[in-house]
Design a protein around this ligand. Structure first.
Ligand code: KE4
Length: 418
């Protein structure tokens, strides 16, 4: 880490990895296998971060490694159409039929930046509406009251984003329909798109009230704005077909990442064919990428989605529920204010008695206790996200034994720090 700090800001290549949200020194990972990772000092951890979501099959999944070995023998990049990108896109569309047409890119940030440019091009409008605590990558327009690392580091917004541009981003509290309707009353005809994490995973785990997403759909349609589901985290995790399937709401555009590449750099934006046909070279909206559709990354995504069958998904979801129910039981037994929730293979918890419905709620949770709990868990071989404002993930490699062992260790950790 000393050498890394000479080379990278904070010694890391992404801020959330620096442990600023929990204090202390990050560990350096040596390798991962299944549900476990080992650091360079030989310590073993059951991993609930899973590279911040992509590893739904666990680390070094044999089917993914086999697919990569096979693909790389034929070359690692062409910048020329390949059959692999067609195969992965068809697997995506099978699960998300509303993603009629898509474009692969290499990160969730690229996907959301491109989807925003497309929404502005399609509507001829400038304003973006996002929700407090949602994180949609580090594109300039999104770094306004964002979640994830922005929230973890307590940054109100980011310097370097011109005021004139930030002024085009409207924010509203998640789950507050009255505030949303007021925003639409005063700006509705200038809003190009609503971006939402259908379940927020970047302010901790925050589920929508039953009427919230339908209200977004209704208001977007009424005011001629596009509804964009940022499913970089929820896609293929809360259901095979993501939030669109889970909540039965059809967005106009969808952004995907993480699981879609199974740990390789794949992300995508897509949706209505009439919108996607505006994207170059079919239409005038420009977006491009040297490594978009990279054959190795495509092979990783194909192997992952093919292995993520409904039965495998349901198995992970039930073990995720068992984990959350177990955590609730531990907190109740130890008399610690606690609320937890899960959807599919994604979960989150807060040290707070009442349910968390917004970013403002999340910020009243006991972050100090979370910090102590994080380190007590780590010392016992359980790696949770190093921030109170992130979600947790379970993989196909987390069996009943891993869940039971995790609960035992976390109970012991809570007794130490409560
Ligand atoms: P990337 O550019 O990091 O691939 O994706 C950005 C992004 C977009 N939308 C959502 C809903 C996301 O969760 C993310 C990325 N999530 C963060 C943490 N939850 C990735 C971790 C990091 O920033 O290092």
């Amino acid at each position: 880490m000393a050498r890394a700090r000479e080379l990278f800001p904070g010694g890391v290549n992404s801020p959330v990895r620096a442990f600023n949200g929990v204090g202390g020194e990050p560990f350096v990972v040596e390798r991962g296998e299944g549900a476990r990772i080992w650091d360079v000092d030989g310590n073993e951890y059951i991993d609930y971060v899973l590279s911040w979501g992509p590893l739904v099959l666990g680390h070094a999944a044999p089917v993914v490694l086999d697919a990569l070995r096979d693909a790389m023998a034929r070359g690692t990049s062409f910048g020329i159409p390949t059959g692999l990108e067609v195969t992965l896109a068809e697997l995506v569309r099978q699960r998300m039929p509303h993603v009629e047409m898509m474009r692969f890119v290499s990160s969730g940030t690229e996907a959301t930046m491109s989807a925003l440019r497309l929404a502005r091009a399609a509507t001829g409008r400038d304003l973006l509406l996002k929700f407090d605590g949602c994180y949609h990558g580090h594109g300039d327009s999104f770094l306004v009251r964002a979640g994830s690392g922005v929230a973890t580091l307590g940054l109100p917004n980011s310097p370097g984003v011109p005021d004139a541009l930030a002024a085009m981003t409207l924010t509203s509290p998640f789950n507050d329909i009255a505030a949303l309707e007021a925003t639409f009353r005063s700006h509705g005809d200038k809003i190009a798109a609503i971006f939402v994490e259908p379940i927020i995973g970047n302010a901790g785990f925050i589920a929508p009230d039953p009427q919230f997403l339908p209200a977004l759909r209704r208001l977007a349609t009424e005011h001629g704005a596009l509804l964009v589901f940022d499913e970089v985290m929820t896609g293929f995790r809360i259901a095979q077909g993501g939030a669109a399937e889970y909540f039965g709401i059809t967005p106009d555009l969808t952004t995907l990442g993480k699981v879609i590449g199974g740990g390789l750099p794949v992300a995508a934006y897509g949706g209505r064919r009439d919108l996607m046909n505006l994207v170059a070279p079919s239409g005038p909206m420009y977006q491009a990428g040297t490594l978009s559709g990279n054959p190795l990354a495509m092979a990783g995504g194909i192997a992952t989605l093919q292995a993520l069958t409904p039965a495998v998904h349901d198995g992970i979801a039930s073990r995720t529920r068992a984990l959350v129910e177990g955590l609730r039981g531990i907190a109740a037994r130890r008399g610690v204010p606690f609320t937890a929730d899960s959807a599919g293979s994604m979960f989150g918890f807060f040290f707070r008695a009442e349910p968390v419905r917004s970013f403002a709620d999340a910020k009243t949770a006991d972050v100090e206790l979370f910090r102590r709990f994080f380190h007590a868990a780590l010392r016992r071989g359980v790696y949770l996200a190093p921030s109170a404002f992130e979600a947790g993930f379970v993989s196909a490699a987390h069996g009943d034994a891993e869940i039971a062992l995790t609960l035992e260790r976390l109970d012991d950790a809570l007794v130490e720090v409560r």
